[in-house]
Ligand binder design. Structure first.
Ligand SMILES: [Zn+2]
Length: 70
């Protein structure tokens, strides 16, 4: 997994690709059809989403954390 700076953790953390249900959640949240370039922080309890280029998930200062699965 690539190490990327996580805005929430304040440090470099492993980020993984989203699984299908996480992608569906994020598509609804961002109103986007394609979220393939998004990565989620894999640190315990974090789940903050970023893109490969930006520490934030969206335009401006949009911080999104994917809910834990049931
Ligand atoms: Zn994090």
């Amino acid at each position: 997994m690539p190490m990327l700076p996580c805005h929430t953790c304040g440090s470099d953390e492993p980020h993984r690709e989203l699984n299908p249900s996480e992608k569906d959640w994020l598509k609804d949240r961002l109103v986007k059809r394609n979220v393939d370039n998004y990565r989620m922080c894999d640190a315990p309890g974090c789940r903050h989403v970023r893109t490969g280029f930006s520490p934030c998930a969206g335009h401006g200062d949009q911080h999104i954390r994917i809910p834990e699965p049931d």
